[in-house]
Design a protein around this ligand. Structure first.
Ligand SMILES: Nc1ncnc2c1ncn2[C@@H]1O[C@H](COP(=O)(O)OP(=O)(O)O)[C@@H](O)[C@H]1O
Ligand SMILES: [Mg+2]
Length: 329
């Protein structure tokens, strides 16, 4: 796969023609709320057709703002969004027709039935009624038995299922899920992932926001990390996971070093904590034949006269990378 990964630090010229593989193009998107707060700072991002993209970020990072602008619910201060080539402001009807949104907040027409709510939502997009589709959607979300119930009689979890059904009523090509599993029970979470996987098999593009690392890790093809209105990383999950396969051996030294001795320069070694800690980073997935043995390394270190008090190994995790990315800069 040849994914283009937008990266603020790369200043390659942008090609203006929409690429065949990207279904959403976000260009220079900025949002300043009336309060003066800058919720998004010139975000560039491309979503590939058919992928599951997880937008991962802490509360207040700008996830809902970004999704709301893409879906045409909030106006950007700067920048534009193309949905399958359609500008979502100039050509909003065509853009909106392709999108389904499961919002973070529960909103519902309390006295309407499940069936009517979901069917009506399809009608809003100018689609002809299609009972079989509504039936499939309700069944896939375990809402079939409740189709005649008024929304007001449903539990919070059931109402959330209705929100998903509403978003799927007009058979969107792109589905947004804003914090879909925040505060939902295990059963709904499982059903939700099942529905998402089936949609993806049918070629639907899925963008979900989350502040749960495990969710991004489990579901996504690519992960984008957002913090304080900026996308700070976009990577394929597989590549991220390979990077996470790296392990570190740390040695607490008796005496701090000013630099790594030349005799050890062929090892990937670095100093930390003012030279009092020597860090060796290696790929945990390498086989024992290709990997330098730790005992050889330790012998070589001792041969240079370096003494250490203690040593530890640790494996990096997505959690660590995430915490590192979003910590106060
Ligand atoms: N209507 C608004 N007016 C002013 N500030 C807002 C408004 N909506 C959101 N914000 C602020 O913008 C920031 C990003 O919010 P949001 O996009 O909801 O973040 P997230 O979904 O990642 O938690 C937050 O600091 C939030 O308080
Ligand atoms: Mg949010």
């Amino acid at each position: 796969m040849s994914h283009q990964t937008p990266n603020a630090s790369e200043s390659q010229p942008r090609i203006e023609t929409p690429s065949a593989s990207s279904v959403i193009e976000i260009q220079g998107l900025a949002k300043r709320y009336d309060s003066g707060f800058e919720a998004l700072k010139r975000v560039d991002l491309e979503i590939q057709r058919g992928e599951i993209f997880a937008l991962l970020g802490p509360n207040g990072a700008g996830k809902t703002t970004l999704i709301s602008i893409i879906c045409g619910l909030v106006n950007p201060t700067e920048g534009r969004v193309l949905i399958d080539g359609h500008d979502n402001v100039i050509d909003y009807r065509a853009a909106r027709a392709k999108i389904g949104l499961v919002p973070q907040e529960l909103t519902s027409d309390a006295f309407e039935t499940v069936w009517n709510t979901v069917s009506f939502s399809r009608g809003l997009f100018g689609h002809k009624a299609k009972r079989s589709h509504i039936e499939d959607v309700l069944k896939s979300l375990s809402l079939w038995e409740k189709r005649k119930n008024k929304l007001i009689t449903l539990s919070g979890g059931m109402k959330r299922r209705v929100l998903i059904a509403k978003a799927l009523a007009h058979e969107p090509e792109i589905l947004f899920l804003d914090e879909p599993t925040a505060g939902v029970d295990v059963e709904l979470r499982r059903d939700m992932w099942e529905v998402v996987r089936k949609l993806r098999e049918r070629g639907v593009t899925i963008i979900l926001t989350t502040h749960y690392i495990e969710e991004a890790e489990e579901m996504a093809d690519r992960i984008g990390v957002i913090n304080r209105g900026e996308i700070v990383l976009v990577r394929e999950k597989a590549a991220l996971m390979r990077q996470l396969g790296s392990k570190q051996l740390t040695l607490q030294l008796h005496k701090p070093l000013a630099s790594v001795p030349p005799a050890l320069s062929h090892y990937p070694l670095s100093l930390a904590d003012n030279g009092s800690v020597l860090v060796y980073t290696y790929d945990a997935s390498e086989t024992s034949e290709t990997r330098v043995s730790i005992s050889t390394l330790l012998n070589d270190i001792e041969a240079t006269g370096i003494q250490f008090k203690d040593l530890q190994t640790k494996q990096s995790s997505l959690e660590e990378i995430f915490v590192d990315l979003v910590k106060e800069r």
